[in-house]
Ligand binder design. Structure first.
Ligand SMILES: NC(=O)c1ccc[n+]([C@@H]2O[C@H](COP(=O)([O-])OP(=O)(O)OC[C@H]3O[C@@H](n4cnc5c(N)ncnc54)[C@H](OP(=O)(O)O)[C@@H]3O)[C@@H](O)[C@H]2O)c1
Length: 155
């Protein structure tokens, strides 16, 4: 399964260029880490560059058109190649962004695990729009600073 994981405001802001995440919410960070720990992660090169180190215990796959190698990380030149590599590790690929990658993967993702930050923050990198004709809500959970919603693609 291809699973998108993102945190966004209600206006779908996921980041601000040059800043990264516009918020710093410990509760959301812990929730996010609980989801992706030990998983096979697919991410764009810009998202990877913002992380201090690869996520412990899982497999990290970075998509870039540039040449290069990163320690403990698979580097793939296309999204298809990254998804194929993820499948070598197991059935589920957790696609964690950023905006460019979400836009290219949302059309064929199976599930989405989205955290909606309650406060609005300004930014210029967005999660793509999607229609509830294509997605259904499986679970919704309220936290003090965000609401967590799990979606799956309608059959
Ligand atoms: N709120 C959230 O849930 C969340 C999640 C993740 C990230 N973010 C934020 O999002 C921001 C980054 O998002 P972004 O949209 O600027 O960048 P991104 O999607 O993380 O990475 C973009 C890079 O990925 C590579 N790429 C994209 N499409 C490709 C393709 N089809 N084939 C090969 N390589 C491809 C390119 O790397 P090269 O230029 O090296 O070729 C491109 O520059 C960061 O600030 C991060 O903090 C937020």
């Amino acid at each position: 399964m291809i699973i998108l994981v993102a945190a966004m405001t209600r206006k779908r802001v996921i980041a601000r260029s040059g800043v990264g995440l516009p918020w710093n919410i410990g509760e959301e960070k812990r929730h996010y880490m609980d989801i992706i720990r030990g998983k096979t992660i697919v991410m764009g090169r810009k998202t990877f560059a913002e992380m201090r180190h690869p996520f412990a215990g899982g497999h990290d796959i970075v998509v870039t058109r540039a040449a290069g190698r990163f320690e403990n990380t698979d580097v793939c030149r296309t999204i298809d190649e990254a998804i194929a590599k993820a499948k070598e590790y197991g059935p589920d690929a957790y696609v964690i962004g950023g905006g460019q990658i979400f836009r290219q993967v949302i059309g064929f993702a199976d599930r989405m695990l989205l955290s909606y930050i309650k406060k609005e923050y300004s930014g210029d990198i967005f999660f793509p729009r999607f229609s509830m004709r294509d997605w259904k809500v499986d679970k919704e959970e309220d936290f003090s600073e965000f609401t967590y919603v799990e979606y799956s693609r309608r059959g």
